[in-house]
Design a protein around this ligand. Structure first.
Ligand code: 5GP
Length: 120
């Protein structure tokens, strides 16, 4: 799947659409989800153009991957959910219901989140 430069997160990165920023460094931007599913719901995205976790894992540099991984745990800690617990979700492709084709990790916390997925 090729990268769509007009996806909504690419537009947020270019400053064309506003976001409520939670964190930024050279490689990473994080902002609050527009439709939060928990008291803490932050989206962490790389600044590079990667469609999903698969694309990021295959093509991102070691520096980008290290920065992203460190940022996720730092953002969760700064959001105050490290002690109570949080869930990381990254959707890839159709079965996961990925809506935005720019790699992102959801940080969800601030309430008991229940089971990982709805049982069949
Ligand atoms: P996905 O299903 O792709 O893993 O999740 C995409 C997420 O992006 C959804 O939780 C959705 O609410 C969020 N989202 C979609 N458009 C916007 C937007 O314009 N701003 C923000 N902050 N979040 C968005």
């Amino acid at each position: 799947m090729s990268y769509d430069t007009n996806n909504i997160f690419a537009r947020i990165l270019r400053g064309e659409i506003p976001c409520r920023k939670a964190y930024e460094d050279d490689h990473v931007l994080a902002f609050h989800d527009i439709h939060p599913q928990a008291p803490t719901h932050i989206l962490v995205i790389p600044k590079g153009s990667y469609v999903s976790a698969a694309d990021f894992g295959a093509k991102a540099s070691d520096a980008e991957i290290a920065a992203f991984t460190r940022a996720v745990s730092r953002i969760a800690a700064e959001a105050g959910v490290e002690g109570s617990g949080y869930r990381l979700i990254s959707n890839h492709g159709a079965d996961s219901h990925q809506e935005v084709p720019h790699y992102h990790v959801h940080i969800l916390g601030g309430r008991p989140l229940g089971r990982l997925v709805t049982p069949l």
